[in-house]
Design a protein around this ligand. Structure first.
Ligand code: PLP
Length: 259
């Protein structure tokens, strides 16, 4: 068996297995890559919400990262929940000299409304993390948090993307999935622009959607896809995963990874 493409997630653990590190590793396996993890925080979480979380010390995050990168190497990196300002700063510094594409999912608040990022960390995401991102993948709430731009309908997507590009990432994918109608996302680097559209699935079991999309993009990039192709393939993957999302516990169940 030859070595498969190697993909690293730097993110939080979801004890319920639907989002975070667990969703990332399932996605990476489903897309034919070897998934690796740097755990930033541990959440106590189930289908009803996040009961609490505990950050790892920056030296534990640094040690995990160095252990992976210095021996195994990475073809692409995805970041998710980074919890606090010090960890955002630590991860941004580690990523600044990695020679691989970096997909940043700027996780702010969970679907249940639980804060997964300290308010004072937002400034560090803007100033330190986004400039080292190959691609940033905010939903509309995260766009508003990061730029103040409000997206009321699809015609507002280009302005939101522009505001994000000004913060320094190479590419921006603004996810319009929370708008009514088809799930429309805008991908742009400022000159090359793609509107991605998928039919809306009326399935409330969508826990882990954002983690899954960003991980699928990283997996396809590690396979060697150009960025727009990686995003299109990942959108197709997550659309299927949402369509097959299943009930789990008493609340919102996870997207399905096709085992
Ligand atoms: N828990 C962790 C550790 C996450 O990283 C995320 C999202 O990125 C979530 C929970 C929230 O997932 P969702 O908004 O899909 O419920």
């Amino acid at each position: 068996m030859p070595t498969p493409p190697r993909v690293l997630t730097v993110a939080g653990s979801d004890s319920g297995g639907g989002a975070g590190i667990q969703a990332d590793l399932k996605t990476m396996l489903a897309l034919g890559t070897h998934g690796m993890s740097v755990v930033t925080a541990v959440t106590a979480q189930n289908s009803l919400g996040v009961d609490g979380f505990w950050e790892l010390p920056p030296e534990a995050v640094r040690a995990q990262f160095r252990a992976v990168v210095d021996d195994i190497g990475v073809g692409a990196v995805k970041t998710g929940m980074l919890a606090g300002a010090e960890l955002v700063e630590t991860v941004a510094a580690l990523l600044s000299d990695v020679d691989a594409p970096v997909v940043v999912d700027p996780v702010g608040v969970s679907k249940h409304g639980d804060a997964l990022l300290a308010p004072e960390a937002l400034e560090v995401v803007r100033g330190r993390l986004l400039p080292v991102a190959t691609l940033v993948t905010p939903n509309l709430a995260e766009v508003a948090q990061l730029t103040g731009a409000r997206v009321a309908d699809a015609s507002d997507l280009p302005r939101a993307a522009e505001a994000l590009l000004a913060l320094g990432p190479r590419w921006v994918l603004v996810k319009g999935g929370h708008l009514p109608g088809d799930a429309v996302d805008l991908l742009t680097d400022g000159t090359d622009t793609h509107l991605l559209r998928a039919p809306r699935h009326d399935n409330r079991h969508t826990h882990g959607t954002g983690c899954t999309l960003a991980s699928a993009i990283a997996a396809r990039l590690a396979h060697g896809d150009a960025l727009p192709e990686a995003v299109a393939a990942a959108k197709e993957y997550v659309t299927g995963a949402i369509a097959a999302g299943f009930p789990l516990g008493a609340g919102i169940g996870p997207v399905h990874h096709g085992y």
